[in-house]
Design a binder for this molecule. Sequence first.
Ligand SMILES: NC(=O)c1ccc[n+]([C@@H]2O[C@H](COP(=O)([O-])OP(=O)(O)OC[C@H]3O[C@@H](n4cnc5c(N)ncnc54)[C@H](O)[C@@H]3O)[C@@H](O)[C@H]2O)c1
Length: 264
Amino acid sequence: MKTWEELFDFSGSVAILTGGAMGIGEAIARRLAAQGASVVVADIDESKGDMVVRELAELGKGKPLFVRTDVRDVSQAERLVKTAVQECGHLDILINNAGIYPIAPAMSVTPELWNRVLEVNLRGPFFLAQAAARKMKGQGSGGSIVNIASIDALHPTGRLAAYDASKGGLRMLTRSLALELSPLNIRVNAIAPGSIATPGAAAASAGASPAETTRMLESFTSRTPLRRVGEPDDIACAALFLASRAASYITGVTLVVDGGYLLS
Ligand SMILES: NC(=O)c1ccc[n+]([C@@H]2O[C@H](COP(=O)([O-])OP(=O)(O)OC[C@H]3O[C@@H](n4cnc5c(N)ncnc54)[C@H](O)[C@@H]3O)[C@@H](O)[C@H]2O)c1
């Protein structure tokens, strides 16, 4: 029987992580690297991505790498997988975390906004999972894919129609890929975070007055049984569990990490 330390030891593992330059992705990068993984951070924000990778390198574990990647572009996704394997030798884990959540009432959603949200949040994760799974299949040693969805995949919060559709689709895509890829021992799971304090979440409420922001936060925390907003590390811990050997018999699930928000 493996010890807990062994189950959560990622030494020798190579993980591609999208949107790793800040927020939830940055927290996942830190946790993975601390457990010994070589983390390939893929993001459109080169300066923040480089900074995160420099900090990971200071841990002296694995081989952290930044690859500028726009997940909307399938050829960039393919190049990302190729670069990760060239530089780190193989690929074991993909974490599809990059996502956008522009707030817009359904009546004002334009075709451009709809396409942008669906391309980043759903089309990108699918083609990256496809490229990663092709590589994992060739290696013959299985793998793990974790998609960062949202509680909005299960419950609409309002003024996020395109986002809710993308995350609902990502949840079903997770199940679909889990079924198809299980013969290759590639596990595919999702996480549905509740409200998490990140730069993206702060920017989403940037148009609101300080009073409105306070009211939104109070209304959220009062509806959350654990009475707090989530931290990026709350999601990072769940992502590491699903990617780890401790979850080797888990595939196709969406793990809700929301402080109990959906209970009420
Ligand atoms: N923060 C929350 O409350 C919350 C709740 C539920 C789900 N989520 C999901 O968690 C994930 C991360 O959210 P966050 O709050 O940390 O966001 P964030 O905006 O703080 O960070 C997102 C990162 O993704 C990158 N990114 C954006 N578009 C990209 C693209 N086309 N290609 C590559 N990288 C791109 C950004 O540069 C940034 O580094 C998203 O999928 C989001 O939908 C967040």
